[in-house]
Design a protein around this ligand. Structure first.
Ligand code: SF4
Length: 458
């Protein structure tokens, strides 16, 4: 009989909703209660679980009753693993390191690994300063898993479908739409925008076969997903393949609501019609800035605004929602440039918008030894000093106020409830909990106190 190695995949929870496979897998704190899976981590666990040499446990703490780190450590006192793989993010790395140090105390012999883009950025520091960690994984952990288990390097296109039954997947929910599961038909992007964190993490651009994607969609529908979200960075980068996929979904009579992210300018009326028939309910796309000169300085090529507006209107006529992403606070951006971006958002009139603060992604990975202080606990922006017209408070203010104002166009109440209240609750939690990020007992207690005071954390 084979003695199986036990492997723990871990995504901890510290009172904040972290979308850990977003933003190039550097993570994104989300003030909503929409819980996303970490597709890469789950796929890595699937790779191990398919090999008879391994016994796999996945703890995704947010969907296990929002389990706090002290509760998690208590539980781990009674369990032992040969391998522990933790997914870290920029927002949680301080707490994650403390957690791994504590797990090392519980499991002195375990092979402890940390993954995610933050682990790649901090690798030099981790090797020199975190003796409780055996390995900082540089590549996406699912591709690493294929190498670890199969013994040779294989890319994204050979990954298995994620096995959602490894976790309580029905807790991955969109507050309005219900159970939302994710999949990836491609990884990476053929474009080269200089502000893109995905370019730091994914090597090149790879596609899955159409048959594989359709089987994956069927599997997710069979699990009871109310909505299926493609995590592809550029869903329609290959027009012919995208057409084939949409036609395949239609021919096979698959009925579900699909969300995709793409460059809107890569679509046309024919593609939008096909998307509608295939069940695409929302298209997300990046606009970033109204200033085309600024965008071209960042190697970002956008379509003509008049055409983008036509496509937005066409999508709405077909009953497809749109969500546009904007970025506020490029280093060169002035107040007036930011205002033009807001005016552009009003002109495009998408169903939803998201104004992100500009994130400086020019990390000198491999050469500079970054310390964890590069990241601010439970905040989306790294602590990098660079010349910028708008300072960090000004950027945060504008991104917040733009999103409030945009939501207010249709509903003052939604603007207050969804944006203002959620944002302020989050800010209070952040101010209270950030100083405790490296003290897991006090952090856990702090989250519980906030709950007692009325905070509904995700
Ligand atoms: S188009 Fe989007 S995913 Fe592609 S490089 Fe630009 S920002 Fe990144």
């Amino acid at each position: 009989m084979i003695m199986k190695k036990s492997v723990l995949f871990l995504r901890p929870y510290y009172g904040f909703n972290i979308h850990s496979d977003a933003h190039g897998e550097l993570g994104m704190l989300d003030v909503s209660h929409n819980i996303y899976p970490d597709l890469t981590l789950l796929t890595a666990a699937t790779v191990f679980s398919k090999d008879e040499k391994y016994k796999v446990r996945v703890i995704d703490a947010i969907i296990e009753n929002a389990m706090l780190p002290d509760e998690l450590l208590k539980q781990l006192e009674n369990e032992a693993y040969d391998v522990v793989i933790l997914k870290t993010t920029g927002q949680t790395v301080h707490s994650d390191l403390k957690l791994l140090e504590a797990i090392r105390g519980l499991m002195p012999e375990a092979d402890i690994k940390i993954c995610g883009l933050a682990a790649k950025i901090l690798k030099k520091w981790l090797i020199a300063n975190a003796p409780y960690i055996n390995e900082a994984i540089e590549e996406p952990v699912d591709e690493y898993a294929m190498k670890y288990v199969g013994g040779k390097q294989r890319g994204f296109s050979e990954l298995p479908m994620p096995d959602y039954t490894l976790v309580e997947y029905k807790n991955y929910r969109d507050e309005v739409k219900g159970v939302r599961l994710t999949l990836a038909g491609s990884r990476g992007c053929p474009m080269s925008c200089l502000y893109c964190p995905y370019k730091l993490y994914y090597a090149g651009y790879e596609l899955r076969s159409t048959d594989h994607i359709i089987e994956n969609i069927k599997k997710l529908v069979g699990l009871g997903a109310d909505e299926i979200q493609f995590r592809d960075q550029y869903f329609s980068a290959d027009r012919n393949k995208t057409k084939k996929l949409l036609e395949g979904i239609i021919e096979q009579g698959i009925k579900t609501r699909i969300v995709v992210e793409t460059r809107l300018e890569s679509l046309d009326e024919e593609m939008l019609q096909l998307m509608k028939e295939a069940g695409v309910g929302m298209i997300c796309f990046g606009v970033e800035s109204a200033d085309t000169g600024l965008l071209s300085d960042y190697n970002s090529v956008k379509g003509e605004i008049k055409r983008v507006k036509e496509l937005v209107d066409r999508a709405h006529l077909l009953g497809i929602d749109t969500m546009a992403f904007y970025m506020i606070g490029f280093p060169e951006e002035t107040w007036d440039m930011a205002r033009s971006t807001y005016e552009l958002a009003e002109y495009l009139d998408t169903t939803y918008v998201h104004f992100n603060e500009y994130e400086h992604c020019r990390f000198d990975i491999g050469n500079t030894e970054y310390t964890p202080d590069l990241f601010q606990p439970f905040r989306n922006t790294a602590a990098i000093d660079y010349p910028s017209v708008l300072n960090v408070d000004e950027r945060e203010y504008l991104a917040h106020i733009f999103e409030l104002s945009y939501t207010m166009r249709t509903s003052y109440e939604n603007s207050y409830r969804c944006m203002y209240r959620a944002f302020n609750d989050n800010r209070k939690a952040m101010e209270r909990l950030s100083p405790l990020a490296s003290d897991l007992d006090r952090l856990s207690e702090g989250v519980r106190e906030l709950r007692k005071g009325g905070r509904v954390d995700p």
